[in-house]
Every structure is written in structure tokens, then in C-alpha cells.
Design a protein around this ligand. Structure first.
Ligand SMILES: [Mg+2]
Length: 111
């Protein structure tokens, strides 16, 4: 039988490595190709992009047809803004996500 905790441990290792490496590479690209911006800029951008995604979902909720590509495009904007925010604040997002997954799992096991 599959052990969900073992799967989570493996996932945390993978996500930590993949996110950390991705953010490092993205930071190099961002610094070479775009003006330096402060963390506050990226935080506002992140929330603006999340709002755009939320507006698309609100339209779906209201019964308006939204192309899946539009959702993917907005989700990508959110992800890029989060990478920029994390890099600008020197947040090791891979480590932070792995740590948070442990907190969530510990909390789940006490319920
Ligand atoms: Mg957008």
C-alpha cells in the first residue's frame, strides 16, 4: 500500500529542488533583460495578476464562457510575479514551500 507520508517526503524534496533551481535561473534572466524593481512592485504585480485570474473565474462562475488558454495565461502571470517577488525578497521559495507542506501535514495528522 502506498504510504502518503513517504510520497509527501519525496514530493517535498523534488519541489524544493525544482523551485529553487527554477527561481535561480529565472532571476538571472530577469536581471539581464528587465529593469530592477523593488519587492513592493512585484508584490503589487502579484496581487494584480491574481486579481485578473480571479476576474476570469468570476466570469466562469457567472456562466460566461472563458477560453482555457486565458486561464493558463493568467496563472502564468501569477507564477512569474511570485517568482519575481520571491527573488526580490531573497526568499528561497522551494525551501519555504517544503517547510509549509510539513506544517500542513503535521496539522492534518492532528485532526
Ligand atoms: Mg495578467
Amino acid at each position: 500500500m502506498n504510504n502518503p507520508y513517504k510520497s509527501l517526503e519525496n514530493f517535498k524534496d523534488v519541489i524544493k529542488r525544482v523551485i529553487s533551481e527554477s527561481l535561480s535561473e529565472f532571476d538571472l534572466y530577469q536581471k539581464q533583460c528587465f529593469p530592477v524593481r523593488p519587492p513592493e512592485f512585484f508584490c503589487l504585480e502579484l496581487n494584480g495578476e491574481a486579481g485578473e485570474l480571479a476576474n476570469k473565474e468570476k466570469k466562469i462562475w457567472k456562466g460566461i464562457d472563458i477560453n482555457h488558454d486565458e486561464l493558463a495565461d493568467e496563472a502564468a502571470d501569477v507564477f512569474i510575479a511570485l517568482m519575481n517577488y520571491s527573488n526580490s525578497r531573497n526568499i528561497d521559495l522551494g525551501k519555504a514551500v517544503a517547510n509549509k507542506l510539513k506544517v500542513i501535514e503535521d496539522r492534518r495528522l492532528t485532526l
